[in-house]
Design a protein around this ligand. Sequence first.
Ligand code: LLP
Length: 435
Amino acid sequence: MITNDAAASLAINPTEHVKSINALSYDGNALMMDGVSLADIAKTFGTPTYVYSQQAILAAYQAYDDSFAEIDHQICYAVKANSNLAVLNELAKAGSGFDIVTGGELARVLAAGGDPKKIVFSGLGKTAEDIRTALEVGIACFNVESEAELYRINAVAGKLQKQAPISLRVNPNVDAQTHPYISTGLKENKFGITHEDAPRIYQIAHDLPHLKIVGIDCHIGSQLTQVQPFMDALDKVIEMIHALAKQGIALEHIDLGGGLGVQYIDEDVASIEEFAQLLLPKLKTLGLTLYLEPGRSIVANAGVLLTRVDILKPTEHKNFAIVDAAMNDLIRPALYHSEMAVIPTQLNSPVEPKVWDMVGAICETGDFLAKNRVLALADNDILAITGAGAYGFVMSSNYNSRPRACEILVKEGHAHVIRERETVESLWQNEKLVD
Ligand code: LLP
């Protein structure tokens, strides 16, 4: 949690920090991603720029796939974490399925070559149009969040003379012990169907002619660093599976929602292997196919946001480093007060370290990227914000008419532009003057 307390400054040792990040290393003084210098990328493509490692994305996907090899499973990458077509395409080629929440994400996955049969459709507000398209392409399952949605899916499927595969997203009322904005499995949250309501709504689904019950789904929150909340949720879901069996409702799969959290600074995070080892004994007894929808843990530490120090503004009370990225590029610190590490792309700065607030140039006091960081900064230094591959670019905006950043994929030792930096002119391309 970011604090305003100047005494609570945070010094991150860059060489130690990168040891926990598979994609990053220092070669002498230069920060590298898979053999490519990040300072060189900044020089060639400018800043702010998101850079992702193809190798690290695939390694994280593979860790999930391998860790659950003992049971039937399908990893469905949560598209919301990073939806760039090139990222989706790399995952699709590796065999990943996709968890989507809008028609827009469905279109992206299809454009990126994703297999519709490996898509699960989550989200509270699926429109009739979204449902129709999803049925036409033949997705694996709709994760249904309300009784009204069941009727809507049944009606659309009826018109198409199809049977829609569905799961109910049940809300196990488990405290995910994460930030309240990203905690979803408590009964006061807007998501899912309560434990109490689930048998009745499953029965409705069972009786509707154009629905086919295939599974049960839950998702209790994001940035869960420990396995226990997943275990608690699994226990609740298993109880429901047994109750449904007594109702004569048999299932084919269980979907446990998003994946593990990640290390941003020094959080103690369970490994993907440990996560699987703890869950597998219970899952094996069920004999169902497991679906998982990890997002953050696949892409967060496969990415950095590169930013340039633009203006140094030491004041009597605080030292401000105004950088060329801002809350429109990366909103996580402003929105969730999340701490993300900032490390230099070049070590051995000749200047003295000081305590800095790293801020953007947007006209809001909430526009900060990091506070009270011990850093040796000089004009034009290029810094890397780590952990930025997830919920970074996807949550960016054009606030203050700032064109969105460029995105780069490092693959096999080369930097590829996978999204051009927006031009200023593109900002008003959909706007019209009125006479
Ligand atoms: N499945 C569902 C239904 C979800 O709602 C989410 C995330 C996921 C899967 C992926 O969860 P993950 O593996 O990434 O934890 N913008 C926030 C995170 C919001 C997450 C919302 N749901 C952040 O920057 O921390």
